[in-house]
Design a protein around this ligand. Structure first.
Ligand SMILES: Nc1ncnc2c1ncn2[C@@H]1O[C@H](COP(=O)(O)OP(=O)(O)OP(=O)(O)O)[C@@H](O)[C@H]1O
Length: 329
């Protein structure tokens, strides 16, 4: 197998404070291969976006970053800002939740695409325009010539998100980090963006990290999924493995919150309690005070990583027995 495009190991992000420091990420490990889509899921505040920022070398000051992040074998941590700037856009690109906010409202799409392409590739403006047109066609924007002449407000949210994906691809990255790129879009457009990202991974061998709260999208789009809780990956494996046979009680509860049309009372299910503030993470397993399987050891000792078949692991003292729990009424 070829080397992974993205290799994250022992990633930690800590913010110093007046009396004590706050650990936002606490030893995150994962890899993404070419052509693979990894879903990164978890409740709000568990550290998904911070993981993405770290991969782009964009942890806000005064955050301290430790561990290792390699993109195409090149270390990100400790690299000078000038080199990181060159890496962003060329090796790694990112798309965000609100596509409109990623565009400058005062310039046409064409002007913005050409500027970015000229900045990242050794081409003149005429050639950059040809590249922009070809990428807009690749993401199936109708009438790309006309789209280039439009201002952001003249395009729909779905068209802008496609244009941003086109812009990201025009710089020929190996890795795309998508932070909730479909949240602001209606379900039909969401489905089109999901289909587009899957096609780009399959056809161009793009490695994709897809951050989302939507486990339905994960099951349609992703090859593997990593579940985060309180700054750690608590379960990771193939989508089939994790979604059909969750081993961590947190994953099972997260799956239990997904509404299913035509089933249940109609009430939305939530997980009691909340993600701990990074400044006050409980000892032992960070999930123990919300977990109905917790025993004494869960409050005392760090949970071990247990493996279940190829590439499926869960950080839980009771992960082995958990399968029976998910089947209980
Ligand atoms: N610049 C910062 N300084 C200090 N703490 C921060 C900073 N940015 C984020 N945090 C904290 O880090 C934790 C993780 O935030 P992050 O945005 O990564 O979560 P998330 O899982 O992406 O949440 P959401 O799904 O709501 O976007 C949160 O508790 C947040 O308050």
């Amino acid at each position: 197998m070829s080397d992974p495009v993205l290799q994250v190991s022992g990633l930690g992000v800590t913010f110093p404070g007046l009396f004590r420091s706050t650990s936002i990420l606490r030893g995150v490990d994962f890899e993404v291969a070419a052509g693979e889509v990894l879903g990164l899921v978890g409740e709000s505040g568990c550290g998904k976006s911070m993981t993405a920022s770290a991969c782009l070398g964009m942890v806000p000051p005064p955050g301290c970053i430790t561990g290792s992040i390699r993109i195409d074998g090149q270390e990100v941590i400790g690299r000078p800002e000038s080199e990181l700037r060159a890496m962003r856009g060329s090796r790694v690109a990112m798309i965000f939740q609100n596509p409109m906010r990623s565009m400058n409202p005062f310039f046409t799409l064409g002007r913005q695409m050409i500027d970015v392409i000229c900045c990242h590739r050794p081409v003149g403006r005429r050639e950059a325009r040809t590249v922009a047109l070809s990428e807009l066609k690749a993401v199936r924007i109708p009438d790309p010539e006309l789209a280039l002449q439009k201002y952001p407000h003249q395009l729909s949210g779905g068209q802008i998100q496609r244009a941003l994906i086109a812009l990201a691809l025009a710089c020929q990255p190996r890795l795309l980090i998508a932070d909730e790129p479909t949240t602001a879009l209606d379900v039909t457009i969401q489905a089109q963006i999901v289909w587009l990202l899957r096609r780009l991974a399959d056809e161009k061998g793009l490695a994709v990290v897809f951050i989302t709260h939507d486990l339905g999208i994960v099951s349609q789009l992703c090859d593997r999924v990593a579940v985060m809780y309180a700054g750690r990956i608590v379960e990771m494996g193939s989508v089939e493995g994790v979604i059909d046979q969750p081993r961590h009680p947190y994953t099972a509860k997260l799956l239990g919150t997904v509404p299913v049309v035509g089933r249940g009372t109609g009430d939305l299910v939530s997980i009691p309690g909340h993600v701990p503030d990074p400044g006050v993470i409980p000892t032992g397993c960070a999930f123990h005070d919300r977990c109905d399987r917790a025993t004494g050891i869960c409050a005392e000792a760090d949970p071990p990583a247990r493996t279940f078949g190829e590439g499926h692991l869960a950080l839980c003292h009771h992960a082995v027995r958990h399968q029976q729990v998910t089947e209980a009424p």
